[in-house]
Design a protein around this ligand. Structure first.
Ligand SMILES: [Zn+2]
Length: 475
């Protein structure tokens, strides 16, 4: 990008050679694999394109990736960019296969969470390699994953690989917020472009490190559904020197106490059943025995009680609803005319937001408390677990064991949510397969100085093309 100054070309050239040598030496020491060099360039380019909702531009990133695909040999007719407004463009690209099966869709979001320069020790929108890490907003969430998907598309094209079905890439907007979620927009406006037998999403299903040890290759096959509810009591109010029996605050408080005491039923699905079965062998001891014991029919009540005391396992075993905000009254000397609470629910797959609303009405057990769905959920539809397809599980186990022998593949249910919620709700089973190794305690996504170990990035760059080719090789 720097143009040599013609006035100083004699000096510039030798200097340039020296500089190139100085830069090239450490680069070569890391990796001279041309795929790594290309992946690093794509990763750098993505991180340096600001795609925040406030001042960024998703379309710029989508267009940059489209150009990379064109350069790799994709014809214009197999590339689409579109979105609800000029800043929120989504990219869809297609590699044609033999058509023996329905396509595989790969989704990745291009947008990133806001990052303020003053909060970071480095510029969040400058790609920096330092102390064995790549720094930058999106280095974990998820411009690394976008790069893995890009590399899969580019390598398959360059190798003239003919998959047994079309492979579709969608790089999209507004997973992290903003009002123009790209997966949702594509499903509603261009379903034909991304319709698939199933989808892969590197935004979920971490390849988990514990310290220096690779503990598991997680396959995210399920997610809980996020939904807020508004619990509200209204009342004519009056003078506080003349209390009446009807009091909005007491009525709401009574309902919230009943909610506190309620426990949603224990429930396993295909994914969490296999998760606890495999985890019981990995963790062993009393905890492992408890995990085994809840798989019995009926489950061991004492084991279930012990596991449910741990917030993470409790969240996997139950729908949870918890009061998170409270607002009531308008003056110290007035009876409250209004009392309201926000109740945040994380709903087990297979249950709809409306079904849980009806349950909340029963739990609070007071017709004065109105229970309504708040805006901001993912649409309120059910988010069914994706079936543990033997072909997908088998291929993941095979590729994982070739690359990282002895590391188990474990299907997981995420207690958080990703774009997979949209595609699952639309009937496209979706699997979170990260490709990127990470210790959850080292996870700086959404935070300051977000960074990814260099080796972990290249592991994903090597994994994804190999994995997608194995999935679609017709074997
Ligand atoms: Zn993400």
């Amino acid at each position: 990008m720097t143009q040599p100054n013609p006035m100083s070309s004699r000096i510039w050239f030798p200097l340039a050679i020296l500089v190139c040598l100085a830069i090239a030496a450490p680069l070569r020491a890391q990796s001279n694999d041309p795929n790594h060099v290309l992946a690093r360039a794509i990763f750098k380019q993505l991180i340096e394109i600001n795609t925040t909702d406030s001042v960024g531009n998703n379309t710029t990133a989508a267009e940059a990736m489209a150009k990379r695909l064109r350069d790799a040999g994709y014809p214009e007719s197999d590339i689409y960019i579109g979105g609800p407004n000029p800043r929120k463009g989504n990219l869809v690209a297609r590699l044609h296969g033999t058509g023996a099966h329905k396509p595989i869709l790969m989704i990745g979001h291009l947008d990133v969470v806001e990052a303020r320069r003053e909060d970071w020790s480095v510029n969040p929108f400058e790609f920096i390699e330092k102390d064995g890490y790549f720094y930058g907003r999106g280095s974990i969430d998820m411009k690394s994953g976008d790069t893995f998907l890009m590399m899969a598309m580019i390598r398959m094209k360059q190798e003239n690989f003919k998959p047994d079905r079309d492979i579709i890439l969608a790089l999209t907007a507004d997973e992290e917020g903003g009002g123009s979620n790209g997966v949702n927009w594509l499903l509603k406006n261009h379903r034909e472009l991304i319709d698939a037998e199933y989808a892969l999403n590197p935004d979920a299903g971490t390849f988990q490190m514990i310290g220096d040890k690779k503990s598991m290759t997680a396959l995210g096959a399920s997610e809980k559904l996020y939904q807020d509810y508004d619990l509200k009591v209204t009342n004519p109010g009056g003078h506080s020197s003349l209390p009446v029996a009807d009091n909005a605050i007491y009525q709401l408080a009574g309902g919230l106490v009943r909610l506190e005491r309620y426990k949603f039923p224990f429930e396993l699905n295909e994914v969490t059943r296999v998760y606890f079965d495999r985890m019981s062998a990995i963790v062993g001891g009393e905890l492992g025995a408890d995990m085994k014991a809840i798989l019995k029919d009926p489950p061991d009540a004492a084991a279930l009680a012990r596991l449910s005391q741990k917030p993470y396992y409790n969240g996997i075993l139950h729908t949870t609803c918890v009061a998170t905000r409270l607002d009531a009254g308008h003056a110290n000397n007035a009876l409250p005319q209004m009392a309201r609470a926000n109740v945040n629910c994380r709903i087990l797959p297979g249950h709809s937001a409306e079904e849980i609303r009806a349950t909340l009405v029963k739990i609070v057990d007071d017709p004065k408390i109105a229970v309504t769905l708040s805006a901001g959920g993912l649409g309120g539809g059910a988010n069914p677990p994706s079936p543990l397809r033997p072909d997908l599980m088998g291929t993941l186990e095979k590729v994982s064991s070739e690359m990282w022998p002895g590391v188990p593949v474990v299907p997981v249910m995420e207690t958080g949510a990703s774009d997979g919620a949209y595609s699952r709700a639309a009937g496209i089973p979706t699997y979170g397969i990260s490709g990127m190794w990470m210790d959850p305690n080292e996870d700086r996504s959404h935070g300051q100085d977000e960074r990814l170990p260099v080796w972990s990035f290249y592991a994903g760059v090597d994994f994804y093309p190999r994995f997608v080719e194995a999935l679609s090789s017709g074997r």
